[in-house]
Design a binder for this molecule. Structure first.
Ligand SMILES: *[C@@H]1O[C@H](CO)[C@@H](O)[C@H](O)[C@H]1NC(C)=O
Ligand SMILES: *[C@@H]1O[C@H](CO)[C@@H](O)[C@H](O)[C@H]1NC(C)=O
Ligand SMILES: *[C@@H]1O[C@H](CO)[C@@H](O)[C@H](O)[C@H]1NC(C)=O
Ligand SMILES: *[C@@H]1O[C@H](CO)[C@@H](O)[C@H](O)[C@H]1NC(C)=O
Ligand SMILES: *[C@@H]1O[C@H](CO)[C@@H](O)[C@H](O)[C@H]1NC(C)=O
Ligand SMILES: [Cu+2]
Length: 604
């Protein structure tokens, strides 16, 4: 059944093992049940300090450090089917209505409920993250995204950046990250709307979005993208997972599926002692921007809406679709006993072949599918940990709180596991530099105040609302050089198009290059070659295939080949040209909001 791809157990042996397992299951299930129950009774008498309303970082951290880890069970988000099935077994398009609601949410057993913005089919069903949408490859999903949010936001809004300005209400617009979507359904930052479509942005054109689900398979996520609000709307909870399935392709791979295939949506948050999500709402340059800060880091790691949860797992393989939904925190994930795992998907795309890793670096908004084989774990539990500095790569090391992500409680006995990790997936067609019809330079630049605090970050020295400068021709490949002369690593994301990383070239004399770039408002006049430091390097092997986000290292020029068609070079099943176009941007949300985001418009 899993054919030539599979490197698992032999079929006859499998058959015997299945039968043995079924027998063993009947005998031991009751025992296991009792055992598991015992294992999860972890005692903790922590209770939060008296409920005052003081919004002060010390108290917030106190709560954070005092919260007991691994006491809440990992929630599995509700799933919504984005397709229907006819009586003949044919897959048909489906219509969904998903609302955005304000509601209380328990992030931890010992935290009071936090006001959040949550996606769901009703206020009662709304969750953080929102429901996981399961779409069928090649079958359209129509979604009416309804805004039911109140007049006032739960966070302070900074009106001094380029921001949606309704007279009241919370502006939102939904973008499906990694999707191949028509411009009018892509969630343009200017297509925002408030409750009941009362007020709308200048590029709003329709209420029901269409997702063509053209990709063969994919793990993606949906989130808010409203102008100048993205960082705050995501912080409030407007995030959810979305996957495109393809039974025909995936049954050949034989990977873990059904309940052994789960999303892990990871984010970081801090809390006040009254349970409210804490954000320091004084800007770094308050005279210029009263609230805006370039990054947000929380000290509590939240997985599927719970702080440091635990998950009981069987001693077998599981597939996890990990989505980094944090604002600015990078995660370098590892199992704390040194056991490795196998990465199979990077940013929605299967790798050409799986890669065994002992740790993996995930930037904000990046997604990664891994298989963890818990039969390899010797202990009864293992912790998924994080050791990425924040800001990445030169910031502080995480402490005891944020170095823990979640805990897997592993059952004692081995079970029969029919899932396997194939030795190869589909070959990835390598784009070549020769096929690029256009070359573009994109300079990442950070403006600082006299105190050295960032005041805004730009791409090519242009604001979001400056005229469009990129008009790629649909069906073509382009070579983009991303020149990062800021001190930060920026996860660079392009809507619609997938890309491949060609090379990363280190730069020297960046101060001088920076002066030249500022003087000419671009680097065309600066002879970038003369700033090369050493030989270029390729992407890491687990990022050598298709990508929709790539981490642009500071003082590097990273060259990528961008394909403006589907990855199988088929035309888009919709008109990708025209208004409101698409965007490319940094996925650190504070950067994107001010204003590391630029439009591009496809032409035919
Ligand atoms: C979805 O909605 C469209 C109209 O927006 C309608 O034509 C279609 O029949 C609906 N499909 C389903 C499966 O309800
Ligand atoms: C909030 O941020 C401001 C500006 O960076 C800083 O001066 C202040 O100390 C911060 N407040 C707390 C409680 O950390
Ligand atoms: C998540 O994304 C943020 C922002 O890009 C990044 O800083 C962080 O390292 C990422 N975490 C993981 C686990 O990838
Ligand atoms: C297994 O658990 C024990 C006790 O918690 C711990 O001391 C030991 O380091 C663990 N072993 C591994 C390989 O993680
Ligand atoms: C750019 O710099 C390189 C390396 O220093 C040099 O070989 C080349 O001639 C320069 N090109 C121009 C146009 O000045
Ligand atoms: Cu950035």
């Amino acid at each position: 059944m899993s054919g030539k791809y599979c490197s698992g157990t032999m079929p006859v042996l499998q058959y015997i093992l299945v039968n043995l397992w079924l027998l063993a299951l009947m005998v031991t299930s009751f025992m296991l049940h009792v055992l598991c129950k015992q294992m999860t009774i972890e005692t903790s008498q922590f209770s939060p300090t008296a409920n005052t309303n003081s919004i002060d970082i010390k108290t917030s951290l106190q709560i954070t450090e005092g919260l007991q880890r691994f006491v809440d069970k990992l929630p599995l988000m509700p799933t919504l089917k984005g397709y229907a099935t006819s009586s003949y077994g044919k897959y048909l398009p489906a219509n969904l209505t998903i609302g955005m609601y304000m509601k209380p949410w328990k992030f931890h057993r010992d935290l009071p409920p936090s006001p959040v913005f949550a996606f769901g089919v009703s206020p009662e069903d709304a969750t953080v993250p929102g429901p996981s949408i399961v779409a069928m490859s090649g079958v359209e999903t129509y979604i009416l995204w309804e805004n039911h949010l109140p007049d006032k936001h739960i966070f302070v809004i900074d009106k001094t950046i380029d921001v949606a300005k309704p007279s009241r209400g919370v502006p939102t617009v939904v973008h499906l990250h990694g999707a191949v979507t028509e411009p009018n359904s892509d969630g343009s930052a200017l297509a925002w709307y408030t409750r009941d479509f009362h007020e709308k942005g200048e590029k709003w054109s329709k209420a029901v979005y269409i997702y063509h689900n053209v990709m063969t398979t994919g793990s993606m996520w949906y989130h808010d993208h409203a102008l100048g609000y993205t960082r705050l709307n995501l912080l409030a909870g407007l995030i959810g997972a979305y996957r495109i399935i393809n039974p025909e392709v995936e049954s050949r791979f034989g990977l873990p599926h059904y309940k052994f295939d789960q999303e892990l949506v990871i984010m970081d948050r801090s809390f006040n002692n009254n349970g409210h999500i804490y954000i320091n709402s004084t800007g770094d340059n308050p005279n210029l921007h009263p609230e805006w800060k370039p990054e947000y880091f929380g000290r509590v790691i939240i997985v599927n809406g719970k702080a440091w949860p635990y998950m009981k797992v069987q001693r077998r393989k599981y597939r996890f679709r990990i989505i980094n939904a944090s604002n600015a925190r990078f995660f370098r994930l590892a199992l704390n006993d040194g056991t490795g795992f196998t990465q199979i998907v990077s940013d929605s795309f299967y790798l050409a072949s799986p890669i065994y890793l002992t740790s993996a670096l995930l930037a904000p908004s990046e997604t990664m599918d891994v298989v963890i084989d818990f039969s390899k774990i010797r202990n009864q539990s293992v912790i998924l940990s994080n050791d990425a500095p924040y800001p990445f790569p030169n910031g502080d090391m995480p402490g005891v709180a944020d170095s823990n992500v979640m805990k897997f409680v592993v059952a004692r006995r081995n079970v029969y596991d029919s899932a396997c990790i194939p030795t190869q997936f589909e070959p990835v067609r390598k784009l070549s530099e020769e096929e690029a019809v256009t070359t573009r330079n994109i300079v990442m630049y950070e403006y600082d105040s006299w105190t050295g605090q960032p005041t805004k970050l730009l791409l090519n020295f242009a604001n979001f609302n400056d005229p469009v400068t990129e008009f790629p021709k649909q069906g073509t490949t382009e070579l983009w050089h991303i020149v990062n002369i800021t001190p930060d690593n920026h996860p660079f994301h392009i809507h619609l198009a997938a890309f491949q990383v060609l090379r990363q070239q280190k730069l020297k004399n960046v101060g001088e290059l920076s002066k030249c770039a500022v003087k000419h408002k671009g680097i065309e006049a600066c002879n970038i070659t003369s700033y090369s430091d050493g030989d270029p390097v390729g992407p890491p092997s687990n990022e050598a295939g298709w990508k929709n986000v790539f981490k642009m290292q500071p003082s590097y020029v990273t060259s990528i080949l961008v394909l403006f068609s589907t990855i199988h070079s088929k035309p888009f099943p919709f008109d990708p040209t025209g208004d409101p176009g698409y965007v490319y941007h940094c996925h650190i949300l504070g950067h994107e909001d001010n204003s590391m985001i630029r439009p591009f418009v496809l032409v035919s």
